[in-house]
Design a protein around this ligand. Sequence first.
Ligand code: ZN
Length: 166
Amino acid sequence: MKKCIQCGAIMENENETCLECGTKLGPALTEEEVQHLKKAFLERATKVEEKADFFYVSKQDKIVSVLLLCGVVMHMLLLYTIKQVETENYRLLVYIIMIWMTVEAFNVVNPKITWKIYQMRFSLKPTEPKELHAAEIALHLRRGIAFVTLFAGGSFLIFRVLHLFI
Ligand SMILES: [Zn+2]
């Protein structure tokens, strides 16, 4: 592993120049330096965890989660009651929507799962500060993504119900 002296990006040993800023890279870091870097990075990640607003699960989040699960059940009911009119591709689309809604139903009330996955990644390989920033954005956007999922899944459900009568 090499660290760019110009921008601080972490690069693989085989890289001669920094892929972020183009600066020529020096010698590889020692094992001790790599361990130090990993530790520093995890400490920073822990500080993010202490920012409770990223992890706060509001009543609204719980309602969205329940609505998403209800949507999945309704989609499933429609799938098994009107299956004779649905094509294979249509079924596949319904399955994808159902899986997407289920994942979001859990994600919106368990932000720590997303965070643990990022932390596991941090502990395997020390990475650039922007990766930590990406993790924060992912946590920050989780409510918005759950809303979009609810809107998309719900609209599709309404479309399917209307389709029964037309
Ligand atoms: Zn650089």
